[in-house]
Design a protein. Structure first.
Length: 307
């Protein structure tokens, strides 16, 4: 069983944003030492005076440079708000600098602010319809895949995404449902299903996962990676974990594992069987850095992540 981590940068309100980044680096180093598989940072542009970051790209080389084994990436980039050319260049270069340890997760959501408009204040508010944003995401995703995979054709057009013939980052689609699976399989995207975002499909759907793996194999001659994202908190007796969940600002999260290490072991073993999933992505809702670190230790020891 493999477990990666997802971080939104949410900490106790008495910790300032720069201290959050310091804790983030320590948290990543600990995760690397304990045998966690991935370390993903979310992009978000909601109004929050305590936000440590909005777009995580600038933090990825810091995290990757401070760790040795763990994969580091965005979970995920709000691609409808970005230039696919720039994203392809940034993540491909990072992946080759850091020895093929960089993940590029693509989020289906959208920012409520038009961050590429060059405007300020209330003018930043998005004016496009949901349908327009979804179409932009589809177009940008197709362009991104082309920039990363069609190097020979791009060369004829005098376009190079450095390094030429370099290794592309591992690509992930972050989703709470099963829409457009055939397109994602053709594009070569691994799948990370969320159980904690509002509106997520929490049913098992093992047959759909099996079908996706078969489609992916047909197109690419290899199996995709499929993970399941969940949220929660872990403490020795479970009491502090429950208090952490109650104090967390993401009160809408529908699915959590909140309690002692044995609960994590039992629930994840159940998920592994029922969802046919080999890897999990954990969003730790504990706000206190010491409690977050303790939770990582307890889970790693219980599940024997480092063998």
């Amino acid at each position: 069983m493999k477990i990666g981590l997802l971080d939104f940068g949410v900490r106790s309100p008495n910790i300032n944003s720069l201290a959050v980044i310091e804790d983030l680096v320590d948290y990543a180093i600990l995760a690397d030492h304990l045998g966690y598989s991935r370390f993903w940072l979310a992009e978000h542009h909601n109004f929050d005076p305590l936000a440590a970051w909005l777009n995580p790209e600038v933090l990825l080389p810091i995290i990757a440079g401070a760790t040795d084994q763990i994969r580091v990436g965005a979970g995920g980039i709000i691609l409808s708000s970005h230039s696919p050319y720039r994203i392809a260049y940034t993540f491909k270069l990072l992946n080759n600098v850091f020895n093929d340890r960089i993940d590029l997760g693509i989020a289906k959501g959208y920012s409520n602010r038009n961050i590429n408009s060059g405007k300020s204040g209330s003018q930043l508010r998005i004016t496009e319809s949901k349908e327009q944003i979804e179409q932009k995401l589809r177009d940008n995703q197709e362009s991104l895949i082309n920039y990363l995979n069609d190097e020979d054709q791009l060369l004829k057009e005098e376009i190079v995404i450095p390094p030429f013939k370099g290794i592309i980052p591992q690509l992930w689609s972050l989703t709470g449902s099963f829409r457009n699976f055939e397109t994602l399989a053709k594009q070569g995207l691994n799948i990370s299903r969320s159980l904690f975002h509002f509106g997520s499909d929490v049913s098992y759907n093992k047959d759909i996962i099996t079908e996706y793996r078969e489609l992916f194999m047909t197109y690419h001659g290899r199996m995709p990676e499929v993970s399941l994202a969940f949220s929660g908190a872990c403490s020795t007796d479970g009491i502090r974990a429950k208090k952490s969940y109650e104090n967390h600002s993401y009160g809408f999260i529908p699915d959590n594992i909140v309690g002692c290490p044995s609960l994590f072991h039992d629930r994840l073993s159940e998920y592994k069987e029922n969802y046919n999933i080999d890897e999990f992505i954990f969003m730790n809702v504990a706000l206190d850095p010491e409690e977050r670190a303790e939770g990582l230790h307890l889970i790693a020891d219980t599940l024997q992540l480092k063998q």
